[in-house]
Write a protein that binds this ligand. Structure first.
Ligand code: ACO
Length: 428
C-alpha cells in the first residue's frame, strides 16, 4: 500500500504521499502543500528538505558512508584516477578501457584557454584572491564559448561540461602564476589531469620540470575526494542558478562564489589559519575552550559537518595521504601537523565534541597536505573548486534532463511591516 502522512490542522485533515528512494530516508511529497492547506513549510538551512531527485551521490552521515553512483569513495580513491571518477559522475557507470581513453583524450584536448582570456587576468590586481579570479574567468567563459550555450541541446551540454572540467586546472594554475608574476604555463597533452595541473603550477619556461609521481597521485586522490558531495550549498547554488535556464558557465561561477565561504570550501584555508593562530601545542586547550564557549563565535575549523555525524570517510583517506606526502617530501618536523594531530586527539576525546558528534571533516587534512606541497593558502579553496566542478556539472546536467525540473523559487515567513499608507517626506 502506498504510504502517506496525515496532517491535522483544526478540523481539517490532509494526506501527503511518502516517496521512497533506492536507499536513505523516505521523503514526504509536499508539492501540493500550499495549494491544499494555504500554508508554507518552514526550513531555513534546508535541514529537513530534499530539493531534488538525484541518482549521483549518496551519503549516510550516521554511518560515515559516501557513495558515487553506488561505489564507495575509498574504492574509487584507491583504484581509479580522477578522470574515471569524472566519467562515472557524468555518465552513471565507470568507463571501460575504450571509453576511458576517449574521455581522457577529449578532456585533454580542451585544456587550453582562449588566448584572449589572458587579457582577463591582467585586469586583476596581483594580490587578487584566486577564487575571485576563478569566479570572474569562469563567468566570462559564456562570452567566449557561444557555440555551446544551448542548454536544450545535449551536444552543447557535453561540450560545455568537457570545457569546464578540462579548463579549470588551467584557470587555477594561471591564477597562481599571475599572483607570482610568472609567465603562464600552457597545458601538456601527454600528462594526466592532476599531473598537468601540478606542472602548470610549478614549471617555468626556463628549465625542465618533472612532476613528482607521489605528489601527482596525492593530488589526483584529493580531486577524487572533492569531486561531488550531494546537495551541499555550492551544488544547490549551481542547481538554483541553472533552474532559471542560465548558461552552464554562469551557473558554475555561482557555485564557485558559494564554495568560497569559510563554512564550506573556504574551511581548508581557515584550518591552516587557525593552526597558525594556535601556534603551539601548549595553546590547544585554550582554543578548544574557546570553541566550546557559547559566547565566543570561534569554532574549530575542519570539525563538524551538516551531514556527517561520524568520521567523514574522506578525512580517513586524506589522513593516510597526508602521511604519504609528508614522508615523500621528507617532512619530519611540521609544527602545524603536530598541532593538528594533538588537536584532533583532544577534540575526539572531549565530551562536547563527542556529544555533538563533531568529527574532523575533509578540510582538516587537505590544508596540511597542500601546505606541505608548497601550495599557498589562498589557492586551497581554488583547488576545491577545480575538483568540485565535475560534481557541479554532473548535477547541473541531471537537473536539466529531469522532466520535473522547475525554476527554484522558495517562499518565506514574512515578519516585516504589513501594508501601511505612504508618508510624504515632510511627515517622516
Ligand atoms: N566547533 C565548535 N562547535 C561546533 C562546531 C565546531 N567546528 N561545529 C558545530 N559546532 C556546534 C555548534 O555550536 C552547535 O552547538 P549548539 O547545538 O550548542 O548550538 C552544534 O555543534 C551544531 O552545529 P550547527 O552549526 O547547528 O551545525 P550545522 O550543520 O549548521 O553546521 C558546519 C555545520 C557549518 C560545517 C559547522 O560544523 C562548522 O561551522 N564547522 C567548522 C567549519 C568547517 O569545517 N566547514 C567545513 C564543512 S565540510 C565542507 O564544506 C567540505
Amino acid at each position: 500500500m502506498a504510504k502517506s502522512v496525515s496532517l491535522t490542522v483544526g478540523d481539517n485533515s490532509y494526506d501527503f504521499p511518502v516517496l521512497g528512494g533506492s536507499t536513505g530516508p523516505d521523503v514526504v511529497d509536499i508539492r501540493k502543500f500550499y495549494a491544499e492547506t494555504g500554508m508554507f513549510t518552514y526550513d531555513p538551512g534546508f535541514t529537513s528538505t530534499g530539493s531534488c531527485e538525484s541518482a549521483i551521490t549518496y551519503i549516510d552521515g550516521d554511518k560515515g558512508m559516501l557513495l558515487h553512483r553506488g561505489y564507495p569513495i575509498d574504492d574509487l580513491a584507491k583504484n581509479c584516477n580522477f578522470e574515471e571518477v569524472a566519467y562515472l559522475l557524468l555518465n552513471g557507470e565507470l568507463p571501460n578501457k575504450e571509453d576511458k581513453e576517449t574521455f581522457e583524450h577529449d578532456i585533454t584536448y580542451h585544456t587550453m584557454l582562449h588566448e584572449q582570456i589572458h587579457n582577463f587576468y591582467s585586469g586583476f590586481r596581483r594580490d587578487a584572491h584566486p577564487m575571485a579570479i576563478m569566479c570572474g574567468v569562469v563567468g566570462a567563459f559564456s562570452a567566449f564559448y557561444h557555440d555551446s550555450l544551448d542548454i536544450t541541446n545535449p551536444d552543447h551540454r557535453r561540450i560545455s561540461s568537457y570545457r569546464l572540467i578540462a579548463k579549470m586546472p588551467t584557470i587555477a594554475a594561471w591564477a597562481y602564476k599571475y599572483s607570482l608574476g610568472q609567465p603562464f604555463i600552457y597545458p601538456r597533452n601527454d600528462l594526466g589531469y592532476a599531473e598537468n595541473f601540478l606542472y602548470m603550477m610549478y614549471a617555468t619556461p626556463c628549465e625542465d620540470y618533472e612532476v613528482n609521481p607521489t605528489l601527482a597521485r596525492a593530488m589526483d586522490r584529493i580531486l577524487i575526494l572533492h569531486a561531488d558531495h550531494e546537495q551541499n550549498a555550492s551544488t544547490s547554488t549551481v542547481r538554483l542558478a541553472g533552474s532559471s535556464g542560465a548558461n552552464p558557465f554562469a551557473c558554475i561561477a555561482a557555485g564557485i562564489a558559494s564554495l568560497w565561504g569559510p563554512a564550506h570550501g573556504g574551511a581548508n584555508e581557515a584550518v591552516l589559519n587557525m593552526l597558525k593562530e594556535i601556534g603551539d601545542v601548549s595553546r590547544i586547550d585554550e582554543y578548544v575552550k574557546k570553541a566550546k564557549d557559547k559566547n565566543d563565535p570561534f569554532r574549530l575549523m575542519g570539525f563538524g559537518h551538516r551531514v556527517y555525524k561520524n568520521y567523514d570517510p574522506r578525512a580517513t583517506i586524506l589522513s593516510e595521504t597526508c602521511k604519504e606526502v609528508l614522508d615523500e617530501l621528507g617532512v619530519k618536523d611540521n609544527p602545524l601537523l603536530d598541532i593538528a594531530v594533538a588537536l584532533e586527539k583532544l577534540a575526539l576525546e572531549d565530551e562536547y565534541f563527542i556529544e555533538k558528534k563533531l568529527y574532523p571533516n575533509v578540510d582538516f587534512y587537505s590544508g596540511i597536505i597542500f601546505q606541505a606541497m608548497g601550495i599557498p593558502v589562498t589557492m586551497f579553496t581554488a583547488l576545491f573548486a577545480l575538483a568540485r566542478t565535475t560534481g557541479w556539472i554532473a548535477q547541473w546536467n541531471e537537473m536539466i534532463e529531469d522532466p520535473q525540473q522547475k525554476i527554484g523559487r522558495p517562499r518565506q515567513l514574512f515578519t516585516g511591516q504589513t501594508e501601511r499608507p505612504y508618508l510624504p517626506l515632510g511627515k517622516r
